[in-house]
Design a protein around this ligand. Structure first.
Ligand SMILES: [Zn+2]
Length: 287
């Protein structure tokens, strides 16, 4: 094996994670469209010469000059390519982008290279949409991106067949989703699942999904990112869609990142984002 040369790399990256250490140093998690997620050490860049500190902020697109020391990547120079100023002017937009960044790091920590081109395209479009869309569209953009990230991350969600027996779901009709089984259930399995959970004293986590919502969910899984964030849903389907995605995250992501929590706490956003049905349940439960 050849000796390790100090290899110099020049690559673009979307900053998805930054952990400060010491006085002025950083560890960065950066998404590159060919290599996937990269861990970069960045010494001195937190308080560095003009321009470089802005290039290592969260949710920016930058160009990095990197030295590869035996597989450890060190940033030598960082230059901001695009700083998503619309995200930086609004805490809700920035937090929503951070939710996607954290989820991406969480889902793809070990295996990001194969999905890298798709992740790159998805996140860039999502960040552009989050920085420029009208406020009332933010929640839909975020949740569509979350759904797509979960799909890319290997949670195969099928909206066209029973998850247990594979019986095709009749298109154009409503369905019933089981969060415990991560999929649609045919009528037979709905009855079996309901009976089993009742016998075990477990809560029912079957939710009805309307035909328009099922169609939308299927489309969100496959649509090209350039079109994905222009989607519109009827008001009724949108309420159900938000409830579905928030519940889905609870069932699939072991520990949603701190931003997911924070987003729920941001008052101006919460008005929009809270699931009315859950709020009602909690009020009933506390009596
Ligand atoms: Zn079935």
């Amino acid at each position: 094996m050849a000796g390790y040369a100090r290899e110099r790399l020049d690559l673009r990256g979307l900053v998805l994670g930054r952990r400060p250490y010491g006085e002025a140093d950083l560890f960065l998690t950066v998404l590159n469209p060919e290599r996937g997620l990269l861990e970069l050490g960045a010494r001195g860049l937190r308080r560095s010469r003009q321009g470089q500190a802005a290039a290592v902020e969260l949710a920016v697109l930058s160009r990095f000059q990197i030295f590869d020391y035996r597989g450890r990547l060190r940033v030598d120079q960082a230059e901001l390519e695009y700083g998503f100023p619309g995200l930086r002017r609004d805490i809700v937009r920035l937090t929503a982008a951070t939710v996607l960044a954290e989820l991406c790091c969480d889902l793809f920590v070990d295996a990001s290279e194969e999905a890298a081109p798709q992740l790159w395209e998805l996140l860039l479009h999502a960040f552009y949409a989050l920085e420029s869309a009208p406020e009332e569209r933010l929640r839909l953009i975020l949740h569509v991106a979350v759904l797509r990230l979960l799909t890319l991350g290997g949670f195969s969600l099928r909206f066209d067949a029973c998850v247990l027996c594979g019986r095709p779901h009749r298109s154009g009709t409503a369905g019933v989703w089981s969060f415990a089984e991560h999929g649609l259930l045919c009528e037979e399995h709905q009855r079996a699942e309901a009976g089993r959970r009742e016998a075990n004293g477990e809560g029912m986590m079957l939710v009805p999904l309307s035909a328009p919502l099922l169609r939308a969910l299927g489309w969100f899984q496959e649509a090209p990112p350039a079109r994905l964030f222009r989607a519109r849903l009827s008001p009724g389907a949108e309420v159900d869609f938000h409830a579905f995605v928030r519940e889905l995250v609870g069932w699939t992501v072991e520990r949603p990142g701190p931003s997911w929590q924070m987003l729920g706490e941001l008052a101006s956003f919460q008005r929009e984002i809270t699931w009315p049905r859950r709020e009602a349940q909690e009020t009933e439960g506390s009596d």
